[in-house]
Design a binder for this molecule. Structure first.
Ligand SMILES: [Zn+2]
Length: 130
């Protein structure tokens, strides 16, 4: 059991490099092998990947997300109906939705970061209006 815990810890430590593909081939294969049989580490990997991909799309040319988009995505993510467009996203029928869902996932995972972004923005606004 103790041996297992050590493996989990090692895999978790490697996950960030695994996600950004900077991990060497041997370690990469070890992580991939572990992820296949460990649902806990697999879940952590999915979470980190969603955040990384979401951040990458947030870092795209636009300086800030369009007004209202994030709020709308957060609303969708919080409602049971938000799962409906997932079918279209998986089949690739609605690429726009896939990007939006990716963003929604990242935003949900990085909720704290978004909250601080919003407060920084409103703070800037208040300073400007003075
Ligand atoms: Zn594990």
């Amino acid at each position: 059991m103790k041996q297992d815990e050590k493996v989990h810890a090692e895999v978790r430590a490697l996950l960030p490099s695994y996600v950004d593909r900077s991990l060497g081939q041997v370690r990469r294969q070890l992580v991939a092998m572990h992820l296949r049989r460990c649902s806990a580490c697999q879940a952590e990997f999915s979470r980190q990947r969603a955040v990384a991909e979401g951040l990458a799309s947030l870092a795209a040319p636009v300086e800030a997300p369009p007004e209202g988009l994030l709020e709308q995505l957060l609303e969708n993510a919080g409602s049971p109906r938000g799962t409906a467009p997932l079918r279209g996203a998986v089949s690739g029928a609605r690429p726009a939705y896939s990007a939006a869902l990716l963003l929604a996932g990242a935003v949900t995972a990085a909720g704290a970061g978004y909250a601080s972004w919003v407060s920084a923005r409103s703070l800037r606004r208040r300073l400007r209006n003075r």
